[in-house]
Design a protein around this ligand. Structure first.
Ligand SMILES: [Zn+2]
Length: 228
């Protein structure tokens, strides 16, 4: 009887801890027929993949910063189905940029799309990459770093096929690998997000998951500590 009571208490404690550990608030952006069709067109024209539904089999997680200072302003950027402005991107597709996950400055996690919905956030790799955006610039917070760690763990648990965790600034390192799928070799943009320091911290905290990074390698943690 005593052991049964202990088991019950443990279960309640474990369950409440698990619930507290990851909270995701649904805040869906528009995903109408136009966005669906533009996503299928992007998959076909940019990635060379003819699909009937705009979903991905995730192999990778890509972390970003938004370079937009607030949650609502970021939401308003991602919400429309069609891209406005951004002439550097318009020529390749009218599909607006987006990601499934957006992390606010205080670490609150919002889900903008179902996890595996196709989203335009990383040239050459969108078809296999789940994106996490962080509100801010090169000033991401500790709460955001912790939320990213939680999200990476959650996604790896749900999708066993995820083998890679990269920062957006590392995406061009995949050119020439079997993962890279972009039909125009000149369609590239320069990226620095979400910063090497942020990636180093997240990677250190999920190192037990043994996710791979850039195929060019990442510096060992002790060496990075000396360099930076
Ligand atoms: Zn980015």
């Amino acid at each position: 009887m005593k052991s049964l009571i202990f088991l019950c208490i443990s279960l309640v404690f474990f369950t409440s801890c698990t619930k507290r550990s990851l909270q995701i608030i649904d805040k869906p952006i528009v995903f109408d027929e136009e966005r669906r069709q533009l996503s299928l067109d992007y998959l076909a024209k940019r990635h060379g993949l003819e699909q009937t539904e705009p979903y991905i089999k995730p192999k990778m997680i890509v972390l970003h910063w938004t370079a937009v200072p607030t949650l609502e302003a970021t939401f308003n950027v991602f919400n429309p189905s069609v891209l406005s402005g951004r002439p550097d991107l318009q020529a390749s597709s009218r599909l607006n940029t987006s990601v499934p996950f957006l992390v606010d400055r205080d670490g609150t996690i919002f889900r903008l799309l179902p996890d595996t919905t196709f989203a335009r956030h990383c040239i050459g790799l969108n078809y296999c990459a789940i994106g996490i955006e962080n509100v801010g610039n090169n000033d991401l917070t500790r709460a955001q770093m912790k939320a990213n760690v939680q999200l990476v763990r959650y996604l790896k648990r749900r999708y066993q096929g995820i083998d890679y965790l990269i920062g957006h600034y590392e995406y061009t390192d995949f050119i020439g690998t079997s993962l890279w799928r972009e039909t125009d070799p000149n369609y590239l943009t320069g990226k620095t997000d979400p910063g090497k320091s942020f990636m180093r911290k997240v990677r250190h905290r999920v190192r037990d998951l043994q996710l791979k990074g850039s195929p060019h390698g990442t510096q060992p943690i002790h060496l990075q500590a000396l360099v930076h």
